[in-house]
Design a protein around this ligand. Structure first.
Ligand SMILES: Nc1ncnc2c1ncn2[C@@H]1O[C@H](COP(=O)(O)OP(=O)(O)OP(=O)(O)O)[C@@H](O)[C@H]1O
Ligand SMILES: [Mg+2]
Length: 317
């Protein structure tokens, strides 16, 4: 399988006055296969945007190698740029041009003729519900619609690699879902997508592979399933009772669960071993008052919290 992206020992230091430099990215390595949806996850200040900016040639690395579509970002920046399109975290729209002219400008930058952009624009405005605002200027649009215009642009062009830094931030659920569907469709067509997100459920649903970064270092990487399995084994029980007595609560407490929340005859329990989960379920069943139950394993969010370990986010110096 060809790697669309290959990063080896990437370091990015930002100089600081009177202090040692800030290691925003601190020796990270990862590969992204062609056609994959790859998620870069991490808390605020982890180094996600810095990594995206280096991969898209906006800023140079301090050291390490970054190959995009086989081209080195330092040695062949133009070839790298021709291989990609990007939605940065900060809005990058011409706010005084209409949405239509933003699309045209973007397409022309990517070497398309005006006629080619026009041809694709219909489909894209439909996909992102932008028909009504096509002749308006972003300066007059709400934050969520502006974001949609930004994201819509990547569907106008056909570059093999797409970078999305917090693409769905500020979108409502409906538009978020439409965007997720569209991103998935692009990956099926063979485009490689690299995204950052704070929405772990979104990453879990969308990404084939992920890297979790914290303080500029990778703390976990692999397929989304592999990363989920890296978390400590955790099982979640949700038990709903017709009536939940104090005795039952005390009996459950005896299993020393990691977490036990009881509200309105509903118990949410976290345990580390699956036989403990089954024993609690069997106890609940024998009470005769059990109305509904669910057992699930750790979500990406649980693993994330476990790996980041509640430490204050921020890069190491
Ligand atoms: N141009 C810069 N000059 C100096 N420090 C910077 C610069 N850009 C980013 N940083 C610092 O580098 C660290 C990593 O920032 P970065 O924007 O990459 O994080 P992030 O993971 O994208 O965070 P967020 O989730 O908040 O978007 C932060 O401490 C940030 O303050
Ligand atoms: Mg960022």
């Amino acid at each position: 399988m060809n790697n669309a992206i290959s990063i080896k020992n990437l370091i990015k230091e930002y100089p600081r006055k009177g202090e040692p430099p800030l290691h925003a990215v601190d020796d990270i390595s990862f590969d992204v296969e062609q056609g994959q949806i790859f998620g870069l996850l991490g808390p605020n200040g982890a180094g996600k945007s810095t990594t995206i900016k280096i991969m898209t040639t906006l800023i140079p690395p301090t050291s390490g190698t970054v190959l995009i579509n086989g081209f080195d970002v330092v040695k062949h920046p133009l070839d790298v740029r021709k291989s990609l399109c990007v939605v940065f975290q900060e809005n990058a729209l011409e706010v005084y041009l209409t949405v239509r002219h933003n699309f045209l400008t973007f397409g022309r930058f990517h070497g398309m003729s005006a006629a080619e952009v026009e041809k694709k624009m219909d489909h894209v405005t439909e996909l992102f519900g932008l028909r009504e605002v096509i002749n308006q200027k972003p300066v007059d649009l709400s934050g969520g619609v502006k974001r949609r215009v930004q994201v819509a642009k990547i569907f106008l062009v056909d570059t093999p690699i797409v970078f999305l830094d917090e693409a769905t931030t500020g979108m409502d659920t409906f538009n978020k879902r439409a965007t997720i569907r569209a991103i998935r469709e692009e990956s099926r067509r063979g485009r490689t997508i690299v995204l950052t997100t704070h929405m772990l459920e979104e990453a879990e649903e969308l990404c084939d592979a992920i890297a979790i970064i914290n303080h500029g270092k990778i703390v976990a990487s692999g397929t989304t399933d592999e990363v989920k399995k890296m978390g400590l084994q955790m099982f979640y029980l949700s038990l709903k009772f017709h009536e939940m007595g104090k005795e039952l609560e005390e009996l459950i407490q005896k299993f020393a669960p990691v977490k036990l929340d009881i509200v309105n005859n509903e118990a949410n329990i976290t345990v580390r071993e699956h036989n403990v989960a089954l024993n609690i379920l069997s106890l609940a069943q024998s009470s005769g008052a059990l109305k509904h139950f669910e057992i699930s394993t750790a979500s990406l969010e649980d693993v994330f919290v476990e790996l980041i370990d509640g430490k204050k986010a921020g890069p190491s110096a």
